[in-house]
Design a protein around this ligand. Structure first.
Ligand SMILES: CSC[C@@H](O)[C@@H](O)C(=O)COP(=O)(O)O
Ligand SMILES: [Zn+2]
Length: 215
């Protein structure tokens, strides 16, 4: 894959972002959260561009050449490669949160089962868990953390619209589930995005366990 960069983006900057994405993807794949080429990952490069995984690649085997540049409308920049089928969900995060630097989407078993279980309610309501404090802005287990569950669709504008509607209603959003699909979360750097993803995986697993034990 040949990636031609705009003059405003230094090659070492793009390479650093691509390496950070590939490293994170390989680690998350090892955890079993990216089965069968699923999942996608990105990082902001500058105000107008993001580096994102090329569609269909095995996320456990990513290298620098599996990452490409898109603009904030999700169009490929400087390459014929096809960006992730879900690029619109990444660029939406960068447009709506100027401080967001990394977006992670995975398909773990826990995320997938939780998304089905809570789809009808439309939200997972987390309260009373110490690990909620791993989510930026949450300082106590006593706060309420709501993770919406949006219906799945292959038509990304529909999902973009649902996320916009949630935000435009003034509701806080640190992550969202897509029914039968997986989770999206983000952070002010890759470490924060990873922390959010790991905390949510743990918290969703706890909620599933509680329901199993009280069944
Ligand atoms: C292989 S099924 C999963 C895909 O449909 C999709 O949800 C996904 O996460 C990966 O798509 P991709 O286009 O590789 O970014
Ligand atoms: Zn997906």
């Amino acid at each position: 894959m040949h990636q031609k960069l705009p003059e405003t983006i230094p090659a070492p900057l793009f390479a650093a972002r691509a390496d950070a994405i590939a490293d994170a993807a390989r680690e998350l794949a090892l955890a079993g959260w990216t089965p069968a080429t699923s999942s996608n990952f990105s990082m902001r490069v500058d105000t107008d561009h993001a580096a994102i995984t090329i569609s269909g690649r095995d996320k456990g085997k990513l290298g620098r050449a599996d990452i490409m540049l898109v603009d904030m409308q999700g169009h490929a920049v400087g390459t014929d490669a096809r960006p992730s089928a879900e690029t619109a969900l990444h660029t939406q995060v960068y447009r709506r949160w100027p401080e967001a630097q990394a977006v992670l989407h995975t398909h773990s078993r826990t995320q997938s089962v939780a998304s089905r279980l809570f789809a009808q309610a439309g939200v997972v309501r987390l309260e009373g868990w110490e690990l909620q404090k791993a989510i930026a802005g949450h300082t106590t287990h006593a706060s309420v953390l709501e993770i919406p569950v949006f219906p799945n669709t292959q038509h990304m504008p529909e999902l973009v619209e649902r996320v916009d509607a949630w935000l435009d209603a003034g509701k806080p959003l640190a992550a969202y589930l897509i029914d039968g699909h997986g989770i999206y979360t983000w952070g002010r750097d890759m470490a924060e995005a990873r922390r959010h993803l790991e905390a949510l995986e743990f918290l969703l697993g706890c909620e599933l366990d509680l329901r199993r034990l009280s069944a």
